[in-house]
Design a protein around this ligand. Structure first.
Ligand code: FAD
Length: 330
């Protein structure tokens, strides 16, 4: 095990939240060290094609290009990037430690956690390769591309009903596919969906197969979960709304999480229950989950970290420190 000296700040995550935190802390001359992940460098937007709702790009921008640009902008101001996973953390002391896959221990006075949240998948062949080509996990992001199309939405909870209802603005038809005979969604969301003429339901059903033609979604096969009988559904859009999992496994023994496993912060700040540890982006946010909101909270986390470090340097107590001590000691 080697040791690489004490940094001002370490950022874990290279999505819009992590790169924005890196940019701001780099411009504040804090020389951030950024862990971007071993295989998921650039975060969720690298798995999509056109991004049309990130401000500043009137013609839209390719997701991976947007993330390369964010990275280059942070590097330009001195952010150091290591594309590796953090596998262990000790956030409790004044000096925090994070350990990478090679066993190298990195130390810092402040840590910004921006590890994002993974959309649950159906785990079917072609699902990943058709992401951004007919398969989506986000109606707000992609609904606009599905004008006058026939769409299927998978899921039975509030998110699925919200996505289905939102998609009727664009779609010709929306079929909600749910494995059970009743929905899990709240009554008000169910009522809204049931009363929408464009929405129909396939209960006790699941997606058995995703079909592709010319690199795009070309329909799905539905299977009745009781009889096993299959039928084709002629759709060109598949929205998967079966939940998401915040990447907080690493922190769960040290940081407070909410019931759904998201990092708890003292909104509107990004402070966690431990002084000097900040949370940003989708790992904190189960409401908005957009690139721009993730970037905004990465900025907030950087500013919070800057203030924390400034207070540490001049020996004044920070609210973060007092609050965190209170939270920890009760
Ligand atoms: C297919 C798809 C299309 C989308 N389209 C749009 C869109 O058009 N517009 C829009 O606004 N939003 C879109 N979104 C949502 C948007 O991508 C997310 O809201 C945003 O990326 C969240 O940013 P984040 O920085 O919080 O997390 P992420 O982008 O998820 O990044 C998390 C980062 O953490 C890293 N990481 C995780 N664990 C570790 C670890 N242990 N060690 C080191 N690094 C780690 C990962 O490698 C990754 O870099 C889309 C999402 C998907 C999946």
């Amino acid at each position: 095990m080697t040791d690489s000296g004490v940094r001002e700040v370490i950022v874990i995550g290279s999505g819009p939240a992590g790169y924005t935190a890196a940019l701001y802390t780099a411009r504040a001359e804090l020389k951030p060290l950024v862990f971007g992940g071993a295989i998921f460098v650039g975060g969720a937007l690298t798995t999509t094609t056109e991004v049309e709702n990130f401000p500043g790009f009137p013609e839209g921008i390719d997701g991976p290009v947007l993330m390369e640009n964010m990275r280059a902008q942070a590097v330009r101001f001195g952010a150091e990037m290591i594309d590796d996973d953090i596998v262990e953390v000790d956030l409790t002391g004044d000096i925090k430690t994070v350990t990478d896959t090679a066993g190298t221990v990195h130390r810092a006075k402040a840590v910004i956690i921006a590890t994002g949240s993974g959309y649950r998948k159906l785990d079917l062949p072609k699902e990943d390769e058709l992401s951004g080509r007919g398969v989506s996990w986000c109606a707000t992001c992609d609904g606009f591309f599905f004008r006058d199309r026939d769409i299927v939405v998978v899921g039975g909870g509030d998110t699925a009903m919200e996505e289905a209802t939102f998609l009727t603005r664009f779609a010709k038809s929306v079929t909600v596919v749910h494995r059970r005979s009743t929905l899990r969604a709240s009554q008000v969301m169910q009522n809204r969906a049931f009363s929408d003429d464009k929405i129909s339901f396939a209960f006790d059903s699941e997606i058995a197969e995703i079909k592709a033609a010319d690199g795009k979604l070309a329909g799905v096969v539905l299977r009745d979960v009781f009889t096993g009988k299959t039928r084709d559904l002629d759709v060109t859009g598949l929205f998967i709304a079966i939940g998401h999992d915040p990447r907080t496994e690493l922190f769960k023994d040290q940081l407070e999480l909410d019931d759904a496993g998201y990092l708890k912060v003292e909104a509107p700040s990004t402070r966690t229950n431990i002084a000097g540890v900040f949370g940003a982006g989708d790992v904190v946010d189960h409401t908005y989950r957009q690139a721009i909101t993730a970037a905004a909270s990465g900025c907030a986390a950087a500013l919070d970290a800057e203030r924390y470090l400034a207070a540490l340097a001049d020996g004044t107590n920070t609210t973060a420190r007092e609050d965190a001590l209170q939270a920890v000691t009760g």
